[in-house]
Design a protein around this ligand. Structure first.
Ligand SMILES: [Zn+2]
Length: 79
């Protein structure tokens, strides 16, 4: 099984579909058993989708951006 560190190192390649079949399986296997990496992967995915959707904002602090998005999501999907 991958360590969390190995998993994180593969996460962006995983999201971009750049991994080999075998590595993809290893990542999925790790995610199945590791809630922390699942959460990390969700954030990565959200971040990627966001960065694609937004115009270039090179100056903006990434944390501020993530915070703003989370805020927007809460507004869009009130519980
Ligand atoms: Zn992990």
């Amino acid at each position: 099984m991958l360590t969390c560190k190995e998993q994180v190192a593969r996460s962006s390649d995983y999201l971009e579909g750049q991994l080999s079949f075998r590595e993809k399986l290893m990542v999925r296997h790790h995610l199945m058993f590791c809630p922390n990496c699942r959460r990390f992967m969700r954030q990565m995915r959200l971040m990627q989708a966001t960065l694609k959707a937004l115009p270039e904002q090179a100056d903006e602090n990434v944390d501020a951006l993530a915070e703003r998005l989370a805020e927007q999501r809460r507004k869009d999907n009130p519980l």
